[in-house]
Write a protein that binds this ligand. Sequence first.
Ligand code: SF4
Ligand code: SF4
Length: 319
Amino acid sequence: MAKLKLALYWAASCGGCEIAQLLIGDKILKLVEAADIVFWPVAIDAKYKDVEEMPDQSIDVCLFNGAIRNSEQEHMARMLREKSKIMIAYGACACRGGIPGLGNLHNRQQIFDTVYRETASTDRNGNVFPQASYQAPEGELTIPVFYDTVSTLNQIVDVEYYIPGCPPEEKTTWLALEALIQGKLPPKGTVISHNVKAVCDDCARKRNVKKIKKIYRTYELIPEPEICLLEQGLLCVGIATRGGCGALCPQANMPCTGCYGAVEGVIDQGAHFLSAVASVIDSKDENEIGTILKDVYDPAGTCYRYSLPDSLVRRASIK
Ligand code: SF4
Ligand code: SF4
């Protein structure tokens, strides 16, 4: 049987997804028995030109991690889409916008002001900002255009499958790769994970035990080990997050932050989580509810940590 041709790419990403791909450990030997890796900038010395020269649809599968933040990433997403039969969004950033997607709370100029002018360690003489094109004596120098808005991969190109997680757990990665190797891929559009229900489904903590009068940050409380963290006032997003990781964070006494994305059938993970929080608040008094919610330190970052570009609001409106 002919070997599969596999490409891997990273766009607006932290590199964690590349490490997660290596976490499949010795199963990588099974992968390379079945597939030739034709493009993987982090590991093999292939150039963009090599991809440009490949015939359309000549790559069987592309695992694309990272969101789309600039023009180079958009160009690569479009080119790899043309060259690949199957495009897989790998990790929270490609699937839902991820941590870089929180940039959608600001615009380009605000981000540039912070990074290149306002930070204490920046030399503020001259207000120097990146320019997409610069005429040097040697010729024109160009860098990618930084966009105002971060996009998910499927907002730019058609995507066949999604592998959730920040980064995806090893068992989730292997679930997808094994299906690929065996030619048993699920229907187009599937989010590949061991569980389509919420993280709570994999979590051993007892629920429907308590209601809360106060919301805590993780450093303010040592939680009881057997009771649901949300019901102890810690904002555990597991109730609004697709399972499949095995509820790893709640097992370690830490709230789930939502990296596997929305559960099946839910459009907006943050809105789903907000309604779950409302269900555990022990008050019907509007003023008291307002006081309790004031302790939510970072509402947008808590509800939409990995999914702002994929949410119904998508970005903040900035005049
Ligand atoms: S999904 Fe998480 S691990 Fe992967 S690139 Fe994004 S931030 Fe990094
Ligand atoms: S909300 Fe969090 S702690 Fe509570 S049951 Fe669900 S995953 Fe476990």
